[in-house]
Write a protein that binds this ligand. Structure first.
Ligand code: ZN
Length: 98
């Protein structure tokens, strides 16, 4: 398990956070590593969608239906401390045996 990129040179990494966080699923959830917050986050998402636009005779549009074709979480930050570099994906309680 040795890291081939390890050179022994000491340098400060700007950020160690993953570029893309996984979206919570039935086995996982987000957790703020700073304060332990697990319930309140600001999430920035980029999504590619297909929308059913319903225009009335006057031309005013209403989106009746939206399909998300693909999406990507751009950033997740903690509502408590505001940090976005300490959010981690952890297992949900009871999900380990699943
Ligand atoms: Zn926090």
């Amino acid at each position: 398990m040795s890291n081939a990129a390890e050179t022994g040179t000491s340098f400060r990494r700007v950020s160690e956070r993953p570029t893309v966080l996984a979206v919570p699923d039935p086995q996982h959830r987000w957790r703020c590593g700073g304060r332990g917050n697990m319930t309140r986050f600001d999430v920035v998402r980029e999504a590619r969608t297909r929308e059913f636009w319903h225009l009335d005779p006057a031309g005013a549009a209403t989106v009746d239906d939206t399909d998300i074709l693909s999406e990507r979480v751009a950033s997740v930050s903690c509502r408590w401390c505001g940090r976005d570099d300490v959010i981690e994906v952890v297992a949900r309680p009871g999900a380990e045996s699943g």
